[in-house]
Design a protein around this ligand. Structure first.
Ligand SMILES: C[S@@+](CC[C@H](N)C(=O)[O-])C[C@H]1O[C@@H](n2cnc3c(N)ncnc32)[C@H](O)[C@@H]1O
Length: 444
């Protein structure tokens, strides 16, 4: 039996509620079998978001994805200061958007990432970290094996391999690099780029596997580094609320009516992945912020028309699937992740995403994720401290609170491993340290 939040459903009629109760529950995989958007169905929120982002026909990422990549590396030592660096980026960005052939399709889908803006220095810093750790623990007995999930243009791979080749030739001889990339276009591009082809030809150590990490089914018993830079943020989340009185968690679903209208509905948690996530999270001692102020909530519940559920909370259920994949198929991995830990202009809710699209050169943020699938980017912040606790339980259960799992800001990481001379402008400002202040690194 589904419940409605009284304040959330302006289209409420008893007939509509009865009709929705009969809609079948489908997944994003079911929706992918048709080219048209599903109607008269219900989907868990993570399935609805997965469908919006990854549907093979209309999904946001299935369209031509472009990651901003300056043709030449920035020569920071010749740039006056941070302001001039900003101007140069804005100019280059505009060049892509002004390309008439691609304006409609691509303009709203151009991303920029630290890997690209600070190439090759960002990749060199990651390489320095990997090689330092590899030499400490595995050299010379084992090969250096690197897996990178979601490699975009393949720039990080190029920079990491360049660094190892240049500075650690004996390690380079024994390096293997495998990319796991969901996007066909990007996987193709990684294989087609001249520089990538050169690297592949030179050493044959690069392999591009066009697959979602969630479909991975090959055991990798080797010691390996597993990288994911700016990938977590697009992992779909589920949505839960709690019953205001009993505090029972309720799973969110999107009901899509016959005419394509969306309504959020809630039922007691039945989905096994949500159940698993909530059980593991409880063991970590995490307390949801939406369940604080119990006294005030009780008081409010006595008011007429008081909402019967708490505020919404987004939970990273696909991230749990990633950790389970690592545990089952990459038991000897060392994990290196970088992503946002906080985002401006997110929609309401705990750990809520930003939903936005680019229109005429401007980013337009929305107030809900229930928008036309495929037209909007939906990306989430990651609670890295909670991730660390959950990672410990899933991937390192026997080690207890292990010191070797680290969470730090990207700036702290780059101060330690980055080349701060080469990324400093004439004024002394260092854009590599100044940008992406809302990014953290996870290192295991
Ligand atoms: C924002 S881009 C980041 C690209 C690159 N890592 C960088 O920092 O420049 C996210 C990348 O992850 C890929 N991706 C998203 N979900 C994935 C999944 N489930 N499995 C593998 N790759 C995925 C996307 O196609 C894209 O290449």
């Amino acid at each position: 039996m589904s419940r409605q939040n009284l304040i959330e459903d302006p289209q409420y009629t008893p007939e509509k509620v009865a009709a929705r109760a009969k809609y079948p529950i489908i997944t994003a995989k079911d929706a992918a079998k048709n080219n048209t958007m599903p109607v008269a169905v219900k989907m868990l929120v993570r399935e609805f978001i997965d469908d919006s982002l990854y549907h093979p026909h209309y999904g946001y990422f299935s369209k031509q994805a472009v990651i901003f990549s300056p043709e030449t590396d920035f020569d920071f030592e010749r740039i006056r200061d941070n302001m001039q660096f900003l101007d140069i980026i804005a100019e280059k960005y505009k060049e892509i958007e002004d390309d008439m052939d691609v304006r409609d399709e691509i303009a709203r889908q151009v991303w920029h990432t630290p890997t690209e803006l600070f190439k090759p220095w960002y990749g060199y810093a990651i390489a320095k970290y990997i090689v330092t750790e590899y030499k400490l623990n595995n050299y010379p007995h084992k090969d250096l094996i690197i897996y990178e999930m979601g490699a975009g243009n393949g720039t990080l791979m190029l920079n990491i391999l360049d660094y190892i080749q240049q500075f650690e030739p004996s390690v380079y001889e024994r390096t293997r690099y495998r990319i796991i990339e969901i996007s066909k276009k990007l996987a193709q591009r990684q294989g087609e780029r001249q520089e990538v082809r050169d690297v592949t030809k030179r050493h044959g150590c690069v392999e591009v596997i066009n697959k979602s990490i969630f479909e991975w089914d090959t055991p990798v018993p080797d010691h390996c580094f597993f990288l994911g830079m700016e990938v977590l943020d697009n992992f779909s989340h589920d949505l839960i609320r709690y019953d205001s009185v009993t505090e029972e968690p309720l799973q969110g679903m999107v009901a899509i009516d016959e005419d394509g209208d969306y309504t959020e509905i809630y039922t007691p948690v039945q989905d096994p992945l949500i159940q698993r996530y909530l059980t593991i999270r409880k063991q970590s001692g995490y307390k949801s912020p939406v369940l604080s102020r119990r006294f005030l909530r009780r008081l409010r519940n006595r008011l007429p028309f008081a909402p019967n559920m708490t505020a919404p909370e987004f939970i990273p259920t696909k991230l749990l699937l990633l950790l389970e994949t690592l545990k089952n198929y990459f038991p000897q991995h060392r994990l290196v992740l970088s992503d946002f830990y906080t985002l401006p202009e997110a929609i309401p809710g705990v750990d809520a995403p930003v939903v936005q699209t680019r229109y005429s050169g401007t980013m337009v943020p929305c107030s809900t994720y229930m928008v036309m699938p495929g037209m909007f980017d939906i990306f989430f912040p990651t609670n890295f401290e909670l991730l660390r606790d959950i990672y410990q339980q899933v991937c390192r259960p026997s080690l207890g609170m292990e010191k070797s799992v680290k969470v730090q800001t990207q700036k702290q990481f780059l101060e330690r491993y980055g080349d701060l001379e080469k990324t400093r402008t004439l004024s002394g400002e260092n854009p590599m340290l100044m940008y992406y202040e809302n990014n953290k690194m996870f290192l295991s």
